[in-house]
Design a binder for this molecule. Structure first.
Ligand code: CMC
Length: 432
């Protein structure tokens, strides 16, 4: 069997052979690198529906079967047995750590949790009601102003120390954004706590009284972070890689990733889901919401539904759904929004519109209900996603920059503007 495709331009009769590139799993791709040179044609694929931007060995998704693997390990097994810190190690290094490697990695992350005191001055520049994602974009980017000693993308030691710094400091920044928004003092990281307990402590403790992290909350958070840690070439990861392809420093790349994540079509969906469930408010209004989502004259969409890659259940949504009952039960919380969400899922999954388009609940559908149960405010939901996804972003940036073959990302376009025309002096122009 030939592993190439022949492409013929029927206008000119010219043909060319393009090699087929196969990975280990998943659909192969056509290497169209020489297409323009040989046939004078570009490919046109807005939204990159059929376009692979890179080879990667980090995460695999089979969207039809609902499979997600990090470095070959099924997400279900990692969710059941692993921890976020171990998953971060796995994503970055390619294999699960030995006990000694795990201890060393955790030690390094724990020892980089502090942020420079001057960053507080940046933070204080934000209005109290700034959206925390706006603060995160700015503050994460400003970290690059502090670590000149380790920002050379060509230096492997710099790359690794920056990876550790980001995984360690992003939670400190995230909690500081929240504290700023509620007018409470920033809380320093307590390094005798584990990663998620430390984050909860920075979020919710105050100097005036003791605070004890609820282990159920810390465990739930750890699981959510595992599920959000990576998802191959999604919009924010592709942004990190695109910015990384220019040779920009890794911290700037992560700040760009945070900006890309913010949109409601991507990581901002978890915040949008909770707002939508609140607006629906009651099971009796579910049918109306589904009807609106199907109405092409209404721009309302069921947030937390649908995915570019999954045309089956998002495996993360399955885990989160189960976890949602468990966490609410363990915390003794009855949230009527869970009932609204379940009713919505039930109606949508039986509706022809959703069946035909293969629209299933995605990772964001139930995660907000859990965050709410953990008392994380809704504006912080996407920040939580960013915190977890930092592990994936940095793993991709390391893979890209460690490859020794970084090519600047530079797409082309189909130009549909004015034809070439001559400049007319201002005094000679007519018009309103
Ligand atoms: N509600 C109603 N209709 C939908 C929805 C939805 N949530 N999602 C897709 N559709 C329809 C869409 O109108 C289109 O219909 P038609 O073929 O009649 O024009 C069809 O399904 C295909 O949709 P699309 O917009 O072409 O699909 P896409 O792959 O470009 O978009 C998506 C994927 C996730 C942006 C989209 O499903 C969506 O907007 N979902 C809601 C937002 C959301 O939950 N985002 C989180 C995604 S998962 C986490 C993450 O990526 O961060």
């Amino acid at each position: 069997m030939s592993n190439s495709v022949e492409i013929t331009d029927k206008r000119t009769g010219k043909s060319t052979e393009m090699p087929i590139i196969s990975g280990l799993l998943g659909d192969p791709g056509i290497d169209i690198g020489k297409l323009n040179k040989e046939l004078g044609l570009f490919t046109y694929d807005p939204g990159f529906v059929s376009t692979c931007s890179t080879k990667s060995a980090i995460t695999f998704i089979d969207g039809d079967a609902g499979v997600l693997l990090y470095r070959g390990y099924p997400i279900e097994q990692l969710a059941q047995h692993s921890s976020f810190i171990e998953v971060a190690y796995l994503l970055i290094n390619g294999d699960l750590p030995s006990p000694a490697q795990f201890r060393e990695f955790e030690h390094h992350v724990t020892n980089h949790t502090m942020i420079h005191e001057s960053l507080k001055l940046f933070m204080n520049g934000f209005h109290y009601n700034a959206h925390p994602m706006a603060m995160m974009v700015g503050i994460a980017g400003s970290l690059a102003a502090f670590y000149h000693d380790s920002l050379d993308p060509e230096n492997p030691e710099h790359r690794m120390i920056t990876a550790i710094r980001l995984i360690a400091k992003i939670p400190t920044l995230a909690a500081a954004c929240y504290k700023h928004s509620v007018g409470q003092p920033y809380v320093y990281p307590k390094n005798d706590l584990d990663y998620c307990s430390r984050f909860l402590d920075m979020m919710f403790s105050v100097p005036a009284e003791p605070y004890h992290v609820n282990p159920i909350a810390a465990k739930a958070l750890d699981l959510l972070f595992i599920l959000h840690a990576d998802h191959e070439q999604n919009a924010s990861t592709s942004t990190v890689r695109l910015v990384g392809s220019t040779g920009a420093n890794p911290i700037a790349c992560i700040a760009a990733g945070i900006a890309a994540l913010w949109g409601p079509a991507h990581g901002g969906a978890n915040e949008a889901v909770l707002k939508m469930l609140n607006e629906i408010g009651d099971k009796s209004q579910v049918a109306r919401a589904v009807a609106r989502a199907k109405d092409k004259n209404d721009n309302f969409r069921l947030m937390g539904f649908g995915h570019r890659v999954y045309k089956n259940f998002d495996p993360r949504a399955k885990i989160i759904r189960e976890m949602c009952y468990k966490v609410l039960n363990e915390l003794g919380i009855h949230d009527p929004l869970l009932e609204v969400a379940m009713a919505l899922e039930d109606v949508a999954l039986k509706d022809d519109y959703f069946i035909e388009r293969k629209l299933y609940p995605n990772v964001d559908f139930y995660s907000g209900i859990i965050y709410k149960a953990l008392k994380i405010p809704v504006e912080m939901f996407t920040v939580m996603f960013a915190l977890a996804r930092t592990a994936g972003w940095i793993a991709h940036w390391l893979e890209q920059n460690g490859s020794g073959d970084v090519k600047i990302g530079r797409p082309r376009q189909i130009y549909v503007g004015a034809p070439s025309r001559d400049y007319v002096a201002l005094a000679d122009r007519s018009g309103p």
